[in-house]
Design a binder for this molecule. Structure first.
Ligand SMILES: NC(=O)c1ccc[n+]([C@@H]2O[C@H](COP(=O)([O-])OP(=O)(O)OC[C@H]3O[C@@H](n4cnc5c(N)ncnc54)[C@H](O)[C@@H]3O)[C@@H](O)[C@H]2O)c1
Length: 309
């Protein structure tokens, strides 16, 4: 258990993230921050009062300021506006960049040693804003997307194969959702390559569904977007760091030459432990996977350059 974990943004993803952190007993204090008066305070109080039933001792605190967050070891940033039906992640760019910039300035001031986990979209650019504004080393700025995308893919695979989701391992690279690069040759069922168990057409269909997993939820909800699986994914990363688990997840990380790419955040296999990003694992890629990754990296550079910092 660590002393303080902060979650910025008390909306659907942020509030559920705070609740999961408290329920797992990952921090003595879980601080929920939002600009809307009353919302973080009310949600935090309500969550804290579930402690006697759920059996956790974490104190959940809601606030509109940053003083209560001081000295946080981990800060999860979910602040921003969520995607509405028909809206692309890039439509969110300018608004959310301003929000993440302002949040990052506060975190740099109050929690200079924190490890940041960025959730706000468009993910890769928001990671860049947070890293640039805080000046934190790459070990302490990570983005959550691949854990969610692989969870969706694993769910669909488990249903198609009628096997436990616990026995399915998958790895994706690249961007979030429609820009992900699934590594089918590294997708296994207890070590059995999935290509031995499913035909190419079925695999393509499941990859497509995972790519559009976020949009599928948005289409049902009409207002708002997914938050149960996204919060679970963010908290799995938090837990790996707090418990120094050395787990290997696909996370958005700042590349410095890995996979032949530099100067941008991209989803890659990362080992997470107490120090945050402890290693990027450069798996072997096919020529097609390399080309797909390079294409996505090119597409990301435009929005990154468009941000005025
Ligand atoms: N990376 C992923 O895989 C993933 C998955 C789901 C959602 N998301 C993204 O996460 C973000 C949050 O989604 P949500 O569904 O919780 O949205 P939401 O609208 O429910 O919550 C966002 C919250 O941020 C708050 N906020 C706005 N400006 C703020 C500021 N300056 N400081 C603090 N709080 C501020 C809002 O008041 C709101 O409560 C969105 O950008 C969404 O696209 C990413």
């Amino acid at each position: 258990m660590t002393e303080t974990i902060t979650v910025v943004g008390a909306g659907n993803v942020g509030a559920t993230t705070a609740q999961r952190i408290a329920e797992k007993g990952l921090a003595r204090r879980v601080v929920l921050v939002d600009v809307v008066e009353g919302i973080p305070q009310g949600k935090a109080l309500d969550q804290w009062e579930s402690g006697p039933i759920e059996g956790f001792d974490s104190r959940v605190i809601g606030t509109n300021g940053y003083e209560e967050t001081a000295g946080s070891s981990i800060v999860v940033i979910t602040a921003g506006i969520a995607r509405k039906p028909g809206m692309s992640r890039d439509d969110l760019l300018a608004t959310n960049a301003g929000i993440v910039r302002q949040v990052s300035e506060q975190i740099r001031r109050t929690s200079p040693d924190a490890i940041l986990i960025i959730v706000s979209n468009p993910l890769d650019v928001m990671c860049y804003v947070a890293k640039h504004v805080t000046g934190f080393p790459r070990e302490r700025v990570l983005g959550m997307a691949g854990v969610l995308d692989t969870a969706r893919f694993r769910s669909f695979l488990s249903e198609a194969l009628d096997v436990s989701v616990n026995d399915i391992q998958a790895m994706v690279l690249g961007g979030h959702g429609d820009t992900m690069v699934p590594l089918i040759s590294y997708t296994t069922v207890s070590g059995i390559p999935v290509r031995q168990l499913l035909d190419a057409a079925t695999l393509d269909r499941l990859v497509d569904r995972a790519r559009n997993g976020g949009a599928e939820v948005v289409a049902h909800l009409k207002t708002g977007s997914a938050y149960y699986a996204p919060s679970a994914a963010a908290v799995q990363m938090v837990e790996a760091i707090v418990r120094d688990q050395k787990r290997v997840f696909p996370c958005a990380a700042w590349l410095e030459g890995e996979f032949g790419l530099s100067g941008l955040f991209l989803g890659v296999p990362c080992k997470l432990g107490r120090r945050g990003l402890e290693r990027i694992i450069e798996v072997e890629l096919s020529a097609d996977e390399r080309t797909a990754l390079a294409k996505i990296a090119d597409a990301f550079r435009g929005p990154m350059a468009a941000i005025k910092l």
